[in-house]
Design a protein around this ligand. Structure first.
Ligand code: HEM
Length: 504
């Protein structure tokens, strides 16, 4: 009997050991050889490589431990490893995050192939741990039929006539914000904080319509959850059960508020006081929830996930672009003057509308150049779903693909020797001319089926805000500003953006 137990134990142990050796040695080494035989090199895999991620992190922390001069050459600082490895190993290289292989891609043709994929060869990379639990659902992470159902609703809500109807609400929100700026006239103002409030209010209006004040409170709850998640991640060896409980509690409060709003809307329809669930995004989601066609129907859980997703996707990104564009205009006051001249000639002191916004050429060029130098999302992430061919490369299922958008945006082979300079004139004849017909070189909003659904909405919001600020103020960089681009939930200014506000 004892011998049998020992035998089973030894077989079990051998299997665990074999699995360990396969995962942490055989698979990485053989994959590295396979990729090398196809011309893809990279930093050598070191078994078991557990400290790799920490090493990279240390390199990044070191490179971002102090502010830098105001320069837009930010890759060596933000991604020292990507920067040095591109120089060492070429446009595409293989590296490892622990035992996970990751192909870093900056080659335009490969990027085009990945993002144009219609065969479902790539999956989105899912969040992990607490981030997955609290923030990992919704359209951004869905695939297949579920994704396509959600995408249709979102496309409808954020394009065409629906988008047009959102303009007055955006203008009203900027007007409200600028009223509060009166107390800063002649003084310093920190705009990154200001634009958080603005973008949160605007996305809240779009998702929750007339219920946006409750929506805003709900979105502040998500802010708290994000902070808790980051605290747990940063301090992973501490006991996090208390924090988790708090986050659970906040999420429940969010869900209760949302279900409450939905119930009120349903009651109104039932009582005949309204013939729809609302013209906002929540209304569109509820319409789909009540769809008689099972294939188009959206569950309550999906509605909750969508409302959470649009909070993240829809405000931190806009906030970041708006802030960087104000910094760039505060540094390059010649462009600020040109943009203001355009705005005043077209609108005088009147409010922007959808037609005038689309005719603001200089403002559009400035926005594109800001998105090129400081894209809020600095990479796009995919996972190879099955063994595939990508260009001439054979990639195995499970390999991650990391499209280094920021590196592409700063590539001098594409953009010229002046790539790190702020030169909106490169977009004077549109994106195709600026990229010499390589549209994939400008990845701020992604490309293909998964391109940003809020693409037009975001551009409109930023242009309206810029326009209305330029109509009222001249601004310069405050002596207190420290240039500190950093990666948090996107490309953020670590200590905010302080400008001096001069009324016109
Ligand atoms: C300047 C602001 C913005 C930038 C730079 C931006 C950028 C992006 C990028 C690069 C992607 C593609 C991600 C990928 O392929 O993995 C994306 C997707 C997405 N964005 Fe945006 N975004 C912005 C604003 C917005 C806004 C305002 C909304 C909502 C109204 C929004 C909603 C989404 C959603 C839902 C997706 C996922 C689409 C899908 O997977 O089908 N974004 N965004």
């Amino acid at each position: 009997m004892m011998t049998a137990i020992c035998f089973v134990f030894l077989v079990g142990l051998a299997l665990v050991l074999a699995r360990f050796l396969y995962k942490s040695w055989w698979y990485p080494v053989s994959l590295q050889l396979l990729m090398k035989s196809q011309g893809i090199k990279g930093p050598p895999y070191k078994a078991p490589n557990w400290n790799y991620a920490k090493g990279v992190l240390d390199m990044e922390v070191k490179s971002t431990s102090a502010p830098m001069e105001i320069s837009h050459d930010i890759i060596p600082r933000l991604f020292p490893q990507v920067y040095s490895w591109i120089n060492l190993y070429g446009k595409n290289f293989l590296h490892w995050i622990d035992t996970q292989p990751q192909l870093v891609v900056t080659d335009i043709n490969l990027i085009k192939e990945i993002l144009s994929d219609k065969e479902g060869s790539f999956d989105k990379v899912q969040l992990e741990g607490v981030l997955k639990k609290f923030l990992g659902g919704g359209i951004v992470f869905e695939e297949g039929k579920k994704w396509s159902k959600l995408r249709k609703v979102a496309n409808h809500a954020f394009h065409g006539q629906n988008l047009k109807e959102k303009v007055p609400a955006m203008v009203a929100s900027v007007e409200e914000l600028l009223k509060t700026w009166k107390s800063y006239e002649g003084k310093e103002i920190e705009v990154f904080k200001e634009f958080k409030l603005l973008s949160l209010e605007i996305i809240s209006k779009s998702v929750f319509g007339s219920d946006y004040l409750t929506g805003k409170t709900m979105y502040h709850m998500l802010d708290e959850i994000v902070l808790i998640c980051y605290k747990i991640i940063a301090d992973k060896f501490s006991k996090s059960s208390h924090e988790l409980k708090v986050a659970d509690h906040i999420l429940q409060a969010f869900v209760d508020s949302l279900v409450g709003i939905m119930k009120q809307r349903e009651d109104k329809v039932k009582a005949g006081q309204s013939n729809n669930f609302g013209s906002d995004f929540l209304g569109s989601l509820m319409e789909s929830h009540h769809n008689t066609d099972q294939n188009k129907r959206i569950s309550v859980v999906e509605i909750i996930e969508e409302c959470k997703t649009f909070y993240f996707a829809g405000h931190e990104t806009v906030r970041s672009v708006l802030s960087w564009s104000i910094l760039l205009l505060a540094v390059h006051t010649d462009w600020q003057d040109t943009a203001r001249k355009e705005v005043l000639e077209m609108l005088g002191q009147g409010n922007p509308n959808i037609e005038s916004i689309s005719r603001l050429k200089t403002v559009g060029m400035i926005l594109n150049e800001t998105l090129r130098l400081y894209p809020p999302l600095v990479f796009l992430h995919r996972k190879v779903k099955r063994n595939i061919k990508l260009g001439e490369l054979r990639l195995p299922a499970g390999m991650e693909v990391y499209i280094a958008s920021l590196a592409v945006h700063h590539n001098s082979e594409i953009w010229g020797e002046d790539t790190h300079l702020f030169k909106p004139e490169r977009f004077a004849e549109g994106v195709a001319k600026a990229t010499r017909d390589q549209l994939m070189a400008f990845l701020s909003f992604g490309f293909g089926l998964r391109k940003c659904v809020g693409f037009n909405f975001a551009q409109m919001e930023v242009k309206i805000a810029l326009c209305m600020i330029l109509q009222r103020y001249r601004f310069t960089v405050s002596p207190n500003y420290r240039h500190f681009p950093t990666l948090v939930m996107g490309l953020w200014p670590k200590h905010g953006i302080q400008i001096m506000l001069h009324p016109l």
